[in-house]
Design a protein around this ligand. Structure first.
Ligand code: COD
Length: 299
């Protein structure tokens, strides 16, 4: 398993260069990250959006667009998303990336029954966090796509994160299904789901990982806290993946780690025909670059 997100860049550089279709590409942070990724020979972009705006931004950041295709259009961002998705569908791009448009606008184009790039799988977001207070990378899922997943969807979200971890070198990752407490309380759905997911793992319907839950976050990541509470299992204090109860809890945890916890992150959406780079405005240029590298490695 890689232990630092910067290793993603080295691994991606040793893989064939990936073609990345960027929807609504007229975004300075996105173009800055792409400029670096192109310089490192990780990706070859196809930029979709208003060509004049893209060129103006590129000029202002000294990003030489020579040899880079721009698909010019003047319509809305959702049209940009449709064009970028169609490039993937036609086999002309290996990765999809979000530019200056909302997450849901891009995902709607991805999920479109006729023109989208869904597979039979559930799509879900997984972020890998590098925190100065944790001894290894920590996968967080799903903090950006599935709003209030039911039990079955949570099982799929775990499978996607397990697959992402496997591709980064961790077989049989330890999955903590987090909640507010360690005991099942029928009034707290997260605890009920956690116990069922743990049972599914024990029964062999959720495989290639070790699932424990419900666990409070401190128990999931801190061995001393776990032992203090008398909890001693393989996952407690050593989680590889945290499954959050819903998008609200997840998004707040993700942003708290980034903005208050000094963490770095790389994130993608799994489960479509190609990885999707779905960074948000809150993510800095480095995190966007790391996410591009993650997508290139996972692809
Ligand atoms: N995986 C596979 N298929 C899906 C998924 C999924 N995760 N979600 C929906 N579908 C399918 C449904 O089965 C259905 O066939 C079709 O897509 C439409 O489903 P709806 O009507 O439930 O979905 P939408 O289009 O209203 O919304 C899907 C979004 C992904 C846009 C929605 O869940 C969403 O807005 N998520 C939050 C995105 C966001 O704002 N993130 C912010 C964090 S930065």
């Amino acid at each position: 398993m890689i232990s630092k997100l910067s290793e993603l860049i080295e691994i991606a550089r040793n893989k064939p260069m990936r073609r990345i279709a960027v929807a609504a590409a007229a975004d300075e942070e996105v173009l800055r990250a792409l400029k670096e990724a192109v310089g490192l020979q990780i990706v070859h972009p196809i930029l979709v959006g208003n060509k004049r705006e893209i060129e103006d931004i590129a000029r202002s950041i000294n990003f030489d667009l020579k040899g880079i295709e721009t698909i010019d259009h003047d319509e809305s961002a959702s049209v940009s998303a449709e064009i970028a998705v169609s490039l993937v569908k036609k086999g002309e791009a290996d990765i999809l990336m979000k530019g200056f448009l909302s997450t849901s606008e891009l995902l709607k184009a991805v999920l479109d029954k006729n023109n989208g790039i869904r597979t039979t799988q559930v799509l879900s977001h997984v972020a890998f966090m590098e925190s100065p207070y944790y001894h290894k990378l920590l996968g967080l899922t799903d903090v950006a796509m599935n709003i209030a997943p039911d039990l079955d969807t949570k099982a799929h979200i775990i499978r996607n994160a397990v697959e992402a971890s496997r591709r980064l070198g961790t077989d049989n990752p330890k999955v903590a299904v987090v909640a507010a407490v360690e005991t099942v309380n029928q009034k707290m759905e997260a605890t009920v789901h956690a116990a069922k997911l743990r049972d599914m793992n024990r029964e062999g319907t959720l495989t290639d990982c070790i699932v424990e839950g419900p666990l409070a976050l401190d128990i999931a990541i801190d061995k001393q806290a776990a032992l203090h509470k008398g909890i001693d299992n393989a996952v407690a204090g050593d989680s590889d993946i945290i499954l959050v109860p819903d998008i609200e809890a997840g998004n707040i945890l993700y942003k708290a780690l980034n903005f208050l916890g000094g963490a770095k992150s790389a994130a993608i959406v799994m489960g479509a025909s190609v990885p999707i780079v779905l960074t948000s405005r809150a993510d800095d240029e480095r995190s966007k670059l790391l996410s591009i590298a993650l997508a290139a490695v996972i692809r």
